[in-house]
Design a protein around this ligand. Structure first.
Ligand SMILES: *Cc1c(COP(=O)(O)O)cnc(C)c1O
Length: 439
């Protein structure tokens, strides 16, 4: 029989708008990444077994998938899932709820539950994620922590990305109650923090003030490494279920895992004093929370491979990429500095055109709530706004960087990146033939 696999593949790529230059360039780049991809598969295997083991130890059963309504008293599926999360993160307790609307909400619950008027919040890793500026009151906002008399202090990273230990020591005072550490870089070009570096920072802070609560914004970091920040001293980790741990299947939700007393306060804040974890029906979504969590380690591994592929191909095309082509990864985000608004828009058009849903629509920049510049987002996702699915976004401001993440499968992430390259080529913003020659 004739072996025509390669022709088949070229044909289907051609049908999907990819020309032979982009295909050649991609295959050359990918042939150099085998070893790194093998290491990612090893981590995925470890984390898959960690999740499986947690589900077995917590006796997940078919009856956990029954829907509950109303108050949701004695919701076995919800209560068991919270045990599974606590088992995975090695914490005393967890809150995993569809009533947590997004990552910002989860972070707001964790902060406002554990801070009281007169307390101070410290970020020792620079400016937090854009939406937290309004939660904290860095930008004046209705209902912010500042309105409740909670002050905020920030110590920036040094210019080389290292912790400013002297500055942190000086910033910690009697009122410092909670320290917020963001693992992922968000919309910045600082390095993402490894779990080990987070552990060192927490060790330093607890050495100065042992009773301070150390919270980690774990968005985009789950299952990228074998350990999580709670394995290295964090009192709470917080994240969104429409990012990594929902595995693309959870349609909504957020989680907070940590020390019992911290989680208890979060539960009283999320629902009501007196009610706490006892209420909150899981409706019809609980099975997708379990299933998404089960899929998450391999979904994350595909997204990571996509991020590394993107770094390598855009570097070859002459764009600054962050993280760079070689460094080890601690989140699934890839920043590519395109240097112009047209570049950001073209990239996002390419990602949109690669989507299974809404591939025919054209993304436009808009004034998204919570952000201080217009933002363009490309997402043709099954779950609206889900950024574990192939997605890209970027604020239309200097340095005109686009942040790329996700992909439920590696082949889709790969195609999305190829389609973005193709779009830049079609728009006359890049020369793929030059890049091929240098490879
Ligand atoms: C996404 C994200 C958030 C906020 O999550 P939303 O679900 O968009 O509200 C907070 N911090 C970081 C680092 C994030 O990546």
């Amino acid at each position: 029989m004739k072996n025509n696999n390669k022709e088949d593949k070229n044909e289907i790529y051609a049908k999907l708008g990819i020309d032979s230059d982009v295909l050649t360039c991609s295959e050359k780049i990918l042939s150099r990444l085998k070893e790194r991809f093998d290491a990612i598969d090893e981590t995925a295997e470890y984390n898959q077994l960690k999740v499986l083991n947690a589900m077995q130890e917590c006796h997940v059963s078919e009856s956990c998938f029954q829907m509950s309504s109303g108050y949701g008293y004695n919701d076995q599926g919800r209560d068991t899932l919270e045990k599974v999360y606590a088992n995975i993160f090695h914490t005393e307790d967890a809150l995993v709820r569809p009533q947590i609307t997004c990552g910002t909400h989860a972070l707001n619950v964790a902060l406002s539950a554990n801070l009281r008027p007169g307390d101070e919040l410290l970020s020792p890793v620079g400016k937090p994620y854009d939406t937290l500026e309004e939660v904290i009151g860095i930008r004046p906002s209705c209902g912010s922590l500042a309105e409740y008399g909670i002050t905020y202090r920030q110590v920036d990273l040094k210019s080389d990305g290292s912790f400013d230990y002297d500055g942190i020591r000086e910033a910690i005072n009697d009122r410092t109650k909670l320290v917020t550490i963001q693992r992922s870089k968000g919309y910045q070009t600082r390095p993402t923090l490894s779990v080990d570096r987070i552990g060192e920072l927490i060790g330093f802070i607890k050495g100065i003030k042992p009773d301070v609560i150390c919270m980690v914004d774990n968005c985009y970091g789950e299952f990228v490494e074998r350990n999580e920040p709670t394995d290295k001293g964090a009192d709470m980790v917080v994240g969104s279920l429409i990012k990594n741990p929902g595995g693309g299947l959870a349609p909504i939700g957020g989680y907070i895992a940590g020390k019992h007393e911290c989680i208890e306060r979060c539960a009283y804040r999320l629902t009501s004093p007196g009610l706490g974890k006892e209420v909150g029906a899981s409706l019809n979504v609980i099975q997708s929370f379990y299933q998404g969590l089960f899929m998450s380690p391999t979904v994350v591994s595909g997204a990571l491979k996509g991020a590394i592929f993107a770094a390598n191909i855009f570097d070859a095309l002459g764009f600054p990429v962050h993280p760079d082509t070689k460094v080890s990864r601690h989140d699934i985000i890839q920043a590519v500095t395109l240097g112009s608004a047209e570049g950001v828009i073209s990239f996002c058009k390419g990602i949109q055109a690669a989507a299974p849903v809404d591939s025919f629509v054209t993304p436009e920049p808009w004034a998204m709530p919570g952000y201080d510049a217009d933002v363009i987002m490309a997402a043709g996702a099954f779950v609206s706004g889900s950024s574990i699915e192939l997605s890209a976004d970027g604020p239309i401001k200097e340095p005109y960087a686009v942040y790329f993440q996700g992909g439920l499968t590696f082949p889709h992430a790969k195609y999305g990146i190829m389609r973005a390259v193709q779009q830049l080529k079609n728009d006359g913003l890049v020369s793929v033939t030059d890049a091929i020659q240098k490879l």
